[in-house]
Design a protein around this ligand. Structure first.
Ligand SMILES: Nc1ncnc2c1ncn2[C@@H]1O[C@H](COP(=O)(O)OP(=O)(O)OP(=O)(O)O)[C@@H](O)[C@H]1O
Ligand SMILES: [Cu+]
Ligand SMILES: [Mg+2]
Length: 757
């Protein structure tokens, strides 16, 4: 199964989104598809064997919309796309202006009739039906041309969208007026007033266009966060090639190039520091506010800002592979995904337009039957058609999700889908991994004792064997052993390792210089039948000091033991406290020993500890926490960094990976904390709460206009108060409903993480 994200063009409301979704789903080989109206994109799951991008795009074209692939342009739309979008915006602006000016004249012309007053300042000819006809025609058919085109497209597919409603509504008002203009005697002979309603057609078209104009501007702002991210990338890099420094456009930088970064400069792409020392402000990418120290061997991230030092680095990733580009892509995908809360809105939009048409026809028939007044019946029907626009409904969830995920990215929280954004505030139990999650994951060897005593040459020999094997492991503990060996100036390239094998959660082994070297937990060595009694005395002290103890055996005989310390992250204790304050049950889950785990848990105030848990058991552990009570399952989040956490991250309702951890953990998770600061979990939960509240407000705004508006438009209050809804007011209300939804979503941009609870 493959995934694909397409940017869509030409959708005007949520019914369009439904249509595109149906069109894509009807292509054989497409497994699933999500169309997001707010983000204007489609997320498609498909079978590469049976269908390709071209076929999907053809189906979209046939449905009357256009698309382009996000994957071709990981950093946004290209220049041609931008130009066509700009041209579209200019045309819309012109139409709003032309429609606006003409509408003002028509409004003035119809004032005497509407108010029944004699207004001498308004020239009489404006009142003339034929003048009004001439003024209205271009507004209806040129300014409102896109409504007709879209309505025609959907008619051909035997569907209806909000464009259909607008065309029917304004078209009815227009045709009725034309009829009265040409045959002025027809209604008068029947004893009815023969008013024209040209201004209704013109003003409603203009108002809807104005609404769309404002809406598209506001919608542009919902993705401001991502544009900000994309804008972070600098244009040039100072490359050193063949000893010569030169400025090179960013697109021409290649992997393995050497790049010089001067004080205060932006780092152009990702790489590894070769010479020089500096501090770097990574806040824009990781959300980490303190500058990070960089020295040779450290990784630097493109788009972050260098502090006071200067350094040279070797490029490791460019273009689409850079950290920044990956973030942008992930956020774009998340913005296009659907939150479960949206299903209700989707279901409603599906039958909305046909239902409205039925109500409109019923309104007409009832009014005409009861009053015999053709004019009144027409006007109420037009009002119903105009006010019942489902577009606010389609905007309610996606706009908030776009803003929410964008805000997350700005705070160093990568949310992979709307679903986890929605779920995060419901988390009841949070499970934290120890090494690399609560601790820095930069362990150092603090103790080393061998069976044969402290004879230096013997110690270094054993260290050499151990480090040579550990060099093949990705585990943080392995890195500690290697680093320790390097600090003792032990050569690591003297021997090759054969038959290397990693027992995840237990240790590693390999053959070095014809010796079988095994390094790992006491339990594992016991399983291998290796006696650890000779060095037992050290274990207790080290573990009480929160150190991890690992054992080294050569050819099945215990040879040494190491104590490895891994400091807690500075924010861990505060984060745990804040989570507990939010009412969450905090649990520690680790592969490490009981005493070590207990010591650390005590330091940061966690009471529930599960230690010596194997990787395969971690997922089962999460499952049992989820189903702890038989009646109701609990929402469990897992936070982890290592390969050993991946199954648990996938099992949890919300899997949260540490951005500095392994790629496998990040891939298995729903949310990534880029900086690894656990306090970001608290922020994520707050953000989730704020987003859901925002969506609920939006849905309220969207529904309330229709629930109140449709009955009034249908004239339900007429028998009681004599109130009818003027179609112009209906048009204004419908534009307002979309606007209130989008501006409410934009309010979410003011979200500030609360640092004290
Ligand atoms: N490469 C290795 N070298 C030495 N010991 C190892 C290695 N990998 C694992 N171990 C041993 O196995 C134990 C469990 O490892 P595991 O990766 O499951 O958990 P962890 O990383 O220690 O803790 P956490 O689950 O909190 O991240 C470690 O504490 C260590 O003793
Ligand atoms: Cu609409
Ligand atoms: Mg870990």
């Amino acid at each position: 199964m493959d995934n694909l994200t397409l940017k869509l063009r030409g959708m005007s409301c949520a019914s369009c989104a439904n249509n595109v979704e149906q069109a894509i789903l009807s292509v054989p080989g497409v497994i699933d598809c999500n169309v997001n109206f707010g983000a204007e994109q489609a997320t498609i799951k498909y079978d590469r064997q049976r269908v390709n991008l071209e076929k999907i795009q053809t189906a979209i074209d046939a449905a009357g919309y256009s698309s382009y692939s996000l994957d071709d342009q990981s950093m946004g739309e290209d220049d041609a796309e931008k130009a066509s979008r700009l041209a579209e915006n200019r045309e819309l602006t012109l139409k709003v202006m032309v429609g606006g000016v003409i509408s003002i004249f028509l409004f003035l012309g119809s004032l005497p009739m509407m108010t029944g007053l004699n207004l001498p300042l308004i020239p009489g000819f404006l009142h003339h039906p034929w003048v009004q006809l001439v003024l209205t025609t271009p507004v209806e058919f040129w300014c409102g041309g896109s409504f007709f085109r879209n309505a025609w497209k959907s008619l051909k597919r035997r569907t209806a969208t909000m464009d259909t409603l607008i065309v029917l509504g304004t078209g009815a008002a227009y045709l009725y007026s034309v009829f009265v203009t040409i045959f002025p005697g027809f209604l008068r002979d029947k004893g009815l007033e023969g008013h024209v309603y040209y201004e209704v057609a013109a003003i409603v078209v203009t108002l809807i266009l104005l609404g769309r104009f404002l809406e598209s501007r506001a919608k542009g702002q919902t993705s401001a966060a991502i544009h900000k991210l994309m804008g972070l990338q600098p244009r040039n890099a100072r490359v050193i090639r063949g000893g010569v420094e030169m400025d090179v456009p960013i697109g021409e930088v290649e992997v393995n190039d050497l790049i010089l970064v001067r004080p205060g400069e932006k780092i152009p792409v990702d790489g590894e520091v070769i010479t020089g020392v500096s501090t770097v402000d990574e806040a824009m990418v990781t959300g980490e506010s303190l500058p990070v120290k960089k020295q040779p061997g450290d990784e630097v991230i493109g788009a972050t800002i260098n502090g006071a030092g200067a350094f040279e680095f070797r490029v490791t990733r460019v273009g689409k592979d850079t950290f920044l580009a990956q973030i942008v892509k992930l956020v774009q995908e998340a913005q296009g995904s659907k939150a479960p809360i949206q299903r209700l809105a989707d279901q409603v939009t599906g039958w909305f337009v046909p239902a409205v048409m039925a109500i409109a026809i019923a309104t007409f028939i009832i009014w005409f039957n009861f009053t015999g007044n053709f004019t009144l019946a027409t006007i109420t029907m037009v009002s119903v058609l105009i006010i019942a626009c489902p577009c606010a409904l389609g905007l309610a969830t996606p706009t908030s999700v776009m803003v929410g995920t964008g805000i997350g990215a700005e705070n160093g929280i990568l949310i992979k889908g709307a679903e986890s954004l929605e779920l995060a505030h419901k988390i009841q139990i949070i499970v934290l991994d120890k090494t690399g999650t609560l601790t820095l994951g930069k362990p150092t060897v603090t103790n080393f004792v061998t069976v044969n005593g402290t004879d230096a040459s013997n110690e270094l020999q054993l260290l050499q064997l151990a480090a040579t094997v550990e060099r093949n492991s990705e585990h943080p503990l392995a890195a500690a052993v290697v680093k320790y060996a390097q600090s003792q100036e032990v050569s690591l390239s003297e021997f090759a390792v054969t038959e290397f094998a990693s027992q995840t959660g237990s240790g590693v082994q390999g053959i070095v210089a014809e010796n079988l070297v095994q390094i790992g937990t006491q339990r594992w060595l016991a399983e291998l039948g290796i006696n650890t009694d000779t060095l037992q005395q050290y274990q207790q002290d080290w573990e009480a000091a929160s150190k991890t103890v690992i054992w080294i055996a050569v050819d099945g005989e215990l040879q040494g033991v190491m104590g490895i310390a891994d400091a807690l992250k500075p924010s861990s204790a505060a984060a745990v406290k804040a989570l507990q304050k939010l009412g969450l049950e905090v649990v520690m889950l680790t592969g490490d020993n009981h005493p070590t785990a207990q010591a650390i848990a005590q330091e940061i105030g966690i009471t529930q500890v599960f230690a010596e848990v194997r990787p395969d058991q971690k997922a089962a552990m999460i499952q049992s926490l989820q189903n702890a009570t038989a009646s109701k399952s609990k929402i469990v989040a897992m936070v982890g960094d290592g390969i050993n956490d991946a199954p648990a991250l996938a099992q949890a309702d919300v899997g949260i990976a540490i951005g500095t951890g392994t790629d496998i953990a990040i891939a298995a998770s729903d949310i990534t904390l880029i900086s690894g600061d656990l306090y970001a979990i608290v922020t994520a939960i707050q953000l989730s709460r704020a987003t859901i509240r925002n969506i609920q407000q939006n849905l309220f705004f969207a529904f309330i206009y229709n629930i109140i508006g449709i009955p009034i438009a249908a004239g339900i209050l007429y028998p009681i108060f004599g109130w009818l809804l003027n179609p112009i007011i209906a048009g204004a209300a419908m534009a307002l409903s979309s606007l209130s939804v989008v501006s409410n979503a934009l309010r979410l941009r003011n979200f500030q993480p609360k640092l004290t609870l």
